[in-house]
Design a protein around this ligand. Structure first.
Ligand code: FO1
Length: 324
């Protein structure tokens, strides 16, 4: 099966999801990949609309990203924040000078009435990205995290200001009832040959996408493979609060829990070979080395996943395929 002829849709949050999206972008011809990105992390800061996950994906696919942090622009300076500090401002959210340009132009376009989808298209085209990056919705949705110590916090306050240290009790997506699936996302899903769920935090990154009214139905309406990649490896999250949150919410921290959480939406699950002792039922499974350290690791994992998925039809060992 030639994966080059396939249309791939991948749902992602920030850093982890961006790495898989980058792997897919490296192996698919221009126009074949659509990345649908969580916007529950978006917020207003200094009068600007900041969209961290969209920008992380955009900077990663264009090669601009700071490789050490996984977000922001490589080599960026922080003179603007430094100047703000002279006024006594608590600059807890690290926006670099070049990154500011993105938020300034985006905010101007949104205030003029452009959709977030349109602004994102303009930016990604200008940065030479040959694939499509779409926000999960054009509506404003705000993830709120209920914590034991600090009450309910805006997402970035929980994540960046408090470094995801407060104990999570619940998560909600403010404004989600009024959100809709965009025509662009609907079209991409309608023509997808496979729908992937990136190794992002299921509760903070993928759940808001699935919670957009109509999104789940759009995805389930398609008779194509829907496959998730586990963000949990050997009982730990590669990055971020996924593992900590899972135990705070009373769940067992394992790839198995992630697979069950997605049950009903996915029919395939990819998890790490370090967890091959786990017995995950109900969906087709496969284990690979899923840790993406280099650009070529990302491409290799993306290719292995697609090769596995597009060969489902030809083999008899379905529900328990541990072949690598
Ligand atoms: N993450 C941090 O941990 N600290 C920061 O100061 C920070 C600034 C920042 C600025 C722009 C941007 O696009 C992302 C930024 N992030 C920062 C990352 C981001 O807020 C989170 O990683 C995501 O929201 C979680 O997916």
């Amino acid at each position: 099966v030639a994966i080059e002829d396939k249309n791939v849709v991948v749902l992602v949050g920030g850093v982890g999801g961006a790495k898989l999206a980058h792997g897919l972008a490296q192996i698919l011809p221009p126009g074949r990949l659509t990345v649908i990105v969580n916007t529950g992390d978006d917020f207003w800061h200094y009068g600007l609309r900041v969209c961290p996950d969209l920008d992380t994906v955009m900077y990663t696919l264009s090669g601009l990203v700071d490789p050490a942090k996984g977000w922001g622009v490589a080599g960026d300076s922080f003179d603007t924040l430094e100047a703000m500090r002279r006024y006594g401002e608590d600059t807890w959210f690290g926006i670099g000078d070049r990154d500011f340009a993105t938020h300034l132009l985006r905010t101007q376009a949104l205030l003029k009435g452009d959709t977030l989808t349109a602004v994102t298209h303009k930016f990604t085209t200008a940065l030479g990205i040959a694939h499509t990056i779409l926000p999960m919705t054009d509506a404003q949705v705000a993830t709120k995290v209920a914590t034991a110590e600090q009450g309910e916090l805006d997402f970035q306050v929980y994540f960046v200001r408090h470094r995801w240290q407060p104990t999570v009790k619940a998560v909600r997506y403010d404004g989600i009832e009024g959100a809709t699936v965009t025509p662009e996302a609907r079209r991409a899903i309608a023509s997808a040959d496979v729908i992937l769920f990136g190794p992002s935090n299921p509760w903070l990154s993928i759940a808001p996408i699935l919670a957009v009214p109509g999104m789940r139905d759009c995805l389930l309406a398609r008779d194509v493979p829907r496959v998730a990649l586990s963000p949990i490896v050997d009982g730990e999250a590669i990055k971020g609060p996924a593992a900590k949150m899972m135990s705070e919410l009373g769940m067992e921290v394992s790839a198995q829990t992630v697979a069950s959480y997605y049950g009903g939406v996915i029919d395939g699950f990819v998890y790490d070979e370090r967890d091959s002792a786990l017995n995950i039922g109900g969906v087709r499974t496969v284990t690979f080395d899923t840790i993406m350290r280099t650009d070529s690791d990302r491409a290799a994992l993306a290719r292995r996943m697609l090769d596995w998925i597009f060969n489902w039809g030809d083999s008899s060992e379905h529900l328990d395929d541990h072949s690598d």
